[in-house]
Each structure stands twice: as C-alpha cells, then as structure tokens.
Ligand binder design. Structure first.
Ligand code: DAH
Length: 344
C-alpha cells in the first residue's frame, strides 16, 4: 500500500511539474485528487486494512493529498496571474483614442422660440388654449366672419388667402386669430389664453416672406380689462423676451377685430435706434399687433360687451426668432440645412 501511494505521488509530482498552463494543471488535479481518482480509491480501500495499519496509511494518504493540493494551488496561483496579465496586456484600451461620435438632434429654432414665448406668457398668467391646436384648415366663419372681417376685406382675396377648391368657404387659416373665436365659443370669461400655430398666406416667397409661418395669438377677457393692462402685459413680455433696456413704441393702427388697435414696435436690436437696413432706417421694428377686442366680436361669440371687455394680440414667431438670433432669411427655418439647425 505504501509503495502504491509513493508510486502515485511520484507520477502526480512529475505531471504537476510538467503542467505548463491552467488547463493542464486542472487536468492533473482531476486525475489525482477527484472522487474517482486512483488515490481516492486507495482511501476507500482503507477499511480492509489491519487496524494497526489504518492510522499510518491514513496519515500518509492525508499528507500526500495535502502536499499535492498545495503544490497545485501554488502553481495555479502563478499561472492565474500570468494568464491574467497576458489577457490584460492583449485587451488593453487606448484611452487616448477618439471616441465614437454620436451626434444628438437639436430643437428646431422655431420650436425653441415658441417654447420660450409660451413660457413667458405662462409666467404672465396666460395658459395654452384648451383647443390648443385650432384647425389649420378652417372655415371662413372662424378665420374671418366672426372676427368682424368684412366680406370685401382685401385679406380675404385669393391673392392673400388659400381657398379650398373642393369645399366652399374653407381656407387654410391666414391667422391664429381663429383660436380667439374658438376659445370664446368653448368657454366663458374670464379667458386668458395663448395659442401658437401655423398660418398660411399666398405670398411670393422671399427672404422676408414665406407662405407658411407661425403666429402666437393671445386673448384676455374679463370684467374691466383695460388698454392699460394691455400695455402692462405686452411691455412686460417684450422686457422678458428682448431684455429690460429695449424701449417700445405704440402706434395706432387698424384690425377689424379690435378697437382701438395698435401696432407695437421695439427699438431696433441691430442699430439701437440709429437706423439700419434691418429697420429700414427707422430705428424701430414692428413685432406685435394688438388691441381691445371689438364689441362686435364679443357679441357674435355670445359675450356681453356691456359686462366684459378684453384685449387680444398676435405676433409672428419667425420674426421674433429672426430678430433675437439675427437671422436674415426666413427660408432658413424651412430648408432643414444642418449647418443652420446645428447652431441652435
Ligand atoms: N391676426 C393679425 C395678423 O395676422 C395679428 C393680430 C393683430 C392679432 C391684432 C390680434 C390682434 O389678436 O388683436 O396680422
């Protein structure tokens, strides 16, 4: 028995010595120390030994298996470190290499401007209209009639407004003012809303005009609303959008749906009032149309003008964005040229 043990031990030592990688070492361990190994079979044979022999052989078997185990563990450790180092070396990452560039999309400058305008008016107490997307394909009744625009008004001319060929009295809305009418029909005062959206006009396309553009409409109706409030709100809006040092100017004007009507100018952003090509030498830029809601408009929408009054305003989003970001061609908003869009 002792000889057999010695013999197995020597074979094992030789093979441990020859094993030159983790896998080979693992195989040696399986061969000599696993459950089915010859060595373990010897342990199982212990029960047939003379009682006096049992402790001697038992101790020998234990010491040999401990010795083999620790030799294998030691070598295992060495191989493990070596293989790990080789792997690390091979898979080394060069942190100085350029990363993979994943370009992100940008918010379109018009969306950005609309978001900013909506945020400012929210701050001033105006919420988005319930029907916040009043239809772009609209009946004349809401785009013109109920806004007190007379039948013979030049804005109704096909040269200005796109009419539907197949349906009578249907237009592409020429202004967001239809949202005023729809809001007044949908809810009772007090009303304090804004409504942004697309509008369409039959224009010759140029650097200043496109036949699709965007407006934001505002409407405030309550008891005792005055022109002073109109001025307070819109001056504050201009201060928040253009900065506090911009002077404003109110010019009397005419819109069918407001009386009195005003156009509001802001001092030219480019020349600070000295006069340049952007402001056509006047030193002022027109940015808003507004006025006190005409009593006819209120009456038509079922609101009693003896109890309620209100003001309304409308402005072009492209124009406001062009002034703020010094963009000199409205067509840039619609070309989808990445060189332009990436700047926002
Ligand atoms: N709808 C007018 C336009 O397209 C702008 C406007 C002027 C809207 C005065 C208003 C307003 O609500 O009160 O030119």
């Amino acid at each position: 028995m002792q000889n057999k043990i010695e013999e197995i031990k020597n074979c094992a030592l030789k093979e441990i010595n020859e094993a030159d990688n983790l896998k080979a070492l693992e195989a040696v361990k399986n061969k000599y120390l696993s459950r089915n190994s010859e060595f373990n079979n010897l342990k199982k044979g212990m029960k047939d030994l003379e009682p006096s022999q049992k402790p001697i052989i038992g101790a020998l078997l234990n010491s040999v298996s401990n010795e083999l185990n620790s030799l294998i563990d030691e070598k295992n450790e060495v191989f493990y470190k070596k293989e790990l180092n080789e792997k690390l070396l091979k898979e080394k990452i060069d942190v100085t290499l350029d990363g993979i560039y994943n370009p992100l999309g940008h918010i379109h400058p018009l969306t950005r401007t609309i978001n900013e305008l909506v945020e400012i008016f929210n701050f001033l107490g105006f919420s988005l209209a319930e029907n916040k997307n009043s239809p772009e394909v609209e009946v004349e009744k809401y785009n013109f009639d109920m806004l007190n625009v007379p039948k013979e008004h030049p804005a109704r001319d096909v040269q200005d407004t796109f009419y539907c060929k197949s349906a009578a009295n249907v237009v592409l809305r020429s202004q967001t003012s239809n949202a005023q009418v729809r809001q007044m029909l949908a809810s009772k005062p007090p009303i304090k809303i804004i409504s942004p959206g697309r509008v369409y006009r039959n224009e010759n396309i140029s650097a200043r005009k496109n036949n699709l553009f965007h407006q934001i409409e505002g409407l405030y109706i309550d008891k005792n609303v005055t022109m002073a409030q109109l001025k307070g709100v819109l001056n504050e809006f201009i201060r928040l959008y253009f900065g506090s040092s911009r002077p404003t100017r109110y010019r009397s004007s005419f819109f069918p749906f407001t009386e009195p009507s005003v156009e509001i100018d802001v001092q030219c952003i480019m020349c600070e009032g000295k006069g340049c090509s952007v402001c056509s030498g006047t030193g002022w830029l027109e940015i808003l149309g507004a006025g006190m809601v005409d009593p006819n408009v209120l009456t038509d929408a079922g609101i009693d003008p003896n109890i309620y009054s209100g003001f309304a305003f409308g402005m072009g989003v492209e124009r406001l964005a062009m002034l703020k970001y010094a963009i000199d061609d409205i067509r840039l908003f619609f070309n989808n040229d990445e060189r332009f869009l990436k700047q926002f």
